[in-house]
Write a protein that binds this ligand. Structure first.
Ligand code: HEM
Length: 390
């Protein structure tokens, strides 16, 4: 029997060969070291995402459920129904598809501003100069955080996700950055309390939200806002850089998009399916669950191996082929069920607008393969820097 360890060098180098073996030979795989089960099949993850025994209350990250170095603070993604449902219902309208139309012109102008600064140079870093800046600002816009604080918040999120060789999971600097994010948001809430702001935004929805007749403390609100800034700003740049990279690898498909930008929506989704940055998110079982003949015991951890699910040959035809013409019924890049991504429409609009503007101005480009940098951690993979020249 082969071994799967999410922290192994083999998995960090290229997880897909081992995900393929897991799907074929051990789709419900027990990792003894962490008392956790890794699920790698699309159908299993999809179904378990709505199953009440799969609790998020003990955390969802590797640092919370596997190495247990990161404390679990109350955030939307670490709540279970019914409280989770109440809070999600209160803030969801701000993330609805209809709310995106109002944001799109501002998002387009942020993209244009970023591109204006770099097009004459003939090269730029897709993450540092464009998608990283954009995603933090767009999340600030969506949530009601001052956009001018975007760069500062972006630094903190970067540190939060930093990893060091020899340290499994979050580093002390990452934990310090988490505290600084909390401090920033506690201050933001205090400023709102002082000014008596009644803006219709997520910050105020959190300030006004009551659970069993009680309001959140400033620290609780800070915790929820931390999730939003991290969820909103960390994944998008990697996803966008992957799209740029794959379209460089497949120039025929890129030219098709330049000629027909209406296909950009589907192309962005295909790149999110093909290269999902988050390797897994976790749950903890509140009761024994049987799956494919295995009994997963109460209190065991669970890993939803989303990138594996997105390459499941039982769900997708030729899953290892990048094909922008693919029209999948469903993908798992934004999760599913109870904790499905709240920012789905934000991410899709941001991805479409950013690809439309980038390909319109830079239809032909080369990736500077010598200078690109990859981030390889057990939790999130992808490019840390993706320089392109044109
Ligand atoms: C390409 C970009 C994005 C990807 C790939 C992505 C992916 C995901 C995934 C896989 C989950 C499920 C988490 C789980 O299983 O525990 C999730 C949840 C979530 N995402 Fe996203 N996300 C993206 C962008 C965003 C944006 C832009 C925002 C906000 C502005 C956002 C906010 C959230 C929140 C709040 C949750 C937790 C929802 C809940 O627990 O009910 N995401 N996201």
């Amino acid at each position: 029997m082969f071994e799967y360890d999410p922290f192994s060098d083999e998995v960090m180098q290229d997880p897909h060969p081992i995900y393929k073996r897991l799907r074929a030979e051990a789709p419900v795989y027990y990792i003894e070291k962490y008392d956790a089960w890794a699920l790698s099949r699309f159908k299993d993850i999809w179904d378990c995402s709505s199953h009440k025994a799969f609790s998020a209350a003990r955390g969802t990250t590797s640092s919370q459920v596997l190495t247990k170095v990161q404390p679990v603070t109350p955030m939307l993604n670490t709540m279970d129904p019914p409280d989770h449902t109440k809070l999600r219902t209160a803030i969801r309208p701000r993330f609805a598809r209809a709310a995106m139309a109002g944001m799109e012109p501002t998002v387009r102008s942020i993209v244009t501003e970023c591109l204006d600064k770099v097009v004459d140079r003939g090269r730029f870093d897709v993450i540092g100069d464009l998608a990283g800046k954009l995603s933090v600002k767009v999340t600030c816009l969506a949530v009601g955080i001052p956009v001018e604080d975007g760069d500062r918040l972006s630094d903190l999120v970067w540190r939060f996700f930093g990893r060091e060789p020899g340290v499994d999971g979050m580093t002390p600097d990452g934990l310090a950055a988490a505290q600084e994010l909390t401090d920033y948001f506690v201050q933001l809430v205090a400023d709102r309390d002082r000014s008596g702001s009644d803006d219709d935004d997520v910050v105020n929805a959190l300030r006004n939200f009551e659970l069993d007749g009680e309001r959140f403390s400033p620290e609780d609100i800070a915790s929820h806002l931390t999730l939003l800034i991290i969820g909103g700003s960390e994944t998008f740049p990697k996803t966008f850089a992957n799209a740029i990279y794959r379209l460089w690898e497949h120039p025929g498909q890129r030219r098709q998009l330049v000629a027909d930008p209406s296909a950009i929506d589907a192309a962005f989704l295909e790149s999110v399916r093909y290269d999902m940055p988050t390797q897994f998110l976790c749950r903890t079982l509140t009761e024994d669950v049987e799956l494919r003949g295995k009994t997963m015991k109460k209190d065991s951890g669970i890993l939803f191996l989303y990138p594996s699910a997105n390459r499941d040959e039982e769900e997708f035809e030729n899953p290892d082929v990048f094909d922008i013409a693919r029209k999948p019924q469903r993908i798992l890049s934004f999760g599913a069920g109870t904790h499905a991504c709240l920012g789905l429409f934000v991410a899709k609009m941001e991805g479409r607008v950013c690809l439309e503007e980038t390909l319109a101005r830079i239809p032909e480009y080369e990736v500077d393969v010598e200078k690109l940098k990859r981030l390889r951690t057990e939790f999130v993979q992808g490019f840390a820097s993706l320089p392109i020249c044109f």
